[in-house]
Design a protein around this ligand. Structure first.
Ligand code: ZN
Length: 143
């Protein structure tokens, strides 16, 4: 991990040119954004909701759960942010990614009580050009 600690900044809008090593939190838009901690420069936007990500602010630092990564990042980094510190969480296998996506979709459907398009709650990173594996997952789950 190139960045092992993250500062945080409460903002309304995310900056056009975010800085590495900063976690931007927008309460208004219920989401958190940061540049991937491996240093690849990919922006990771994580929506906040009971079915997505949650933050804990202890007055000094931010914790974010669940972990960041897996299918949300092309570099396949996987890490946990706890009290402003970045801890590597190991690479996910393709099977875990499939299971994770399915679990997320079920959680979202439960929360909204309707069929929800996965794309609505997924971070921006997923909406970029899709890999063969993502296409396979789409095919498997009939999207
Ligand atoms: Zn990365």
């Amino acid at each position: 991990m190139k960045y092992e600690t993250l500062k945080h900044e409460f903002v309304t809008h995310f900056p056009d040119q975010p800085e590495s090593g900063v976690l931007y939190i927008s309460i208004e838009y219920k989401s958190v954004s940061h540049l991937c901690c491996c240093g690849c420069g990919e922006e990771v936007v994580t929506p906040l909701s009971p079915a997505d990500w949650q933050i804990t602010y202890d007055g000094r630092s931010i914790s974010l759960s669940p972990s960041i990564g897996s299918w949300t990042l092309r570099c396949r980094s996987h890490y946990v942010i706890t009290r402003g510190r970045v801890r590597e969480a190991g690479q996910w296998t393709d099977e875990q990614i499939v299971a994770g996506r399915r679990r997320d979709r079920l959680a979202t459907e439960r929360q909204h009580g309707t069929q929800t398009q996965l794309g609505e709650t997924m971070p921006k990173a997923v909406q970029k050009p899709r890999s063969w594996f993502a296409k396979l997952v789409d095919w498997l789950f009939g999207r």
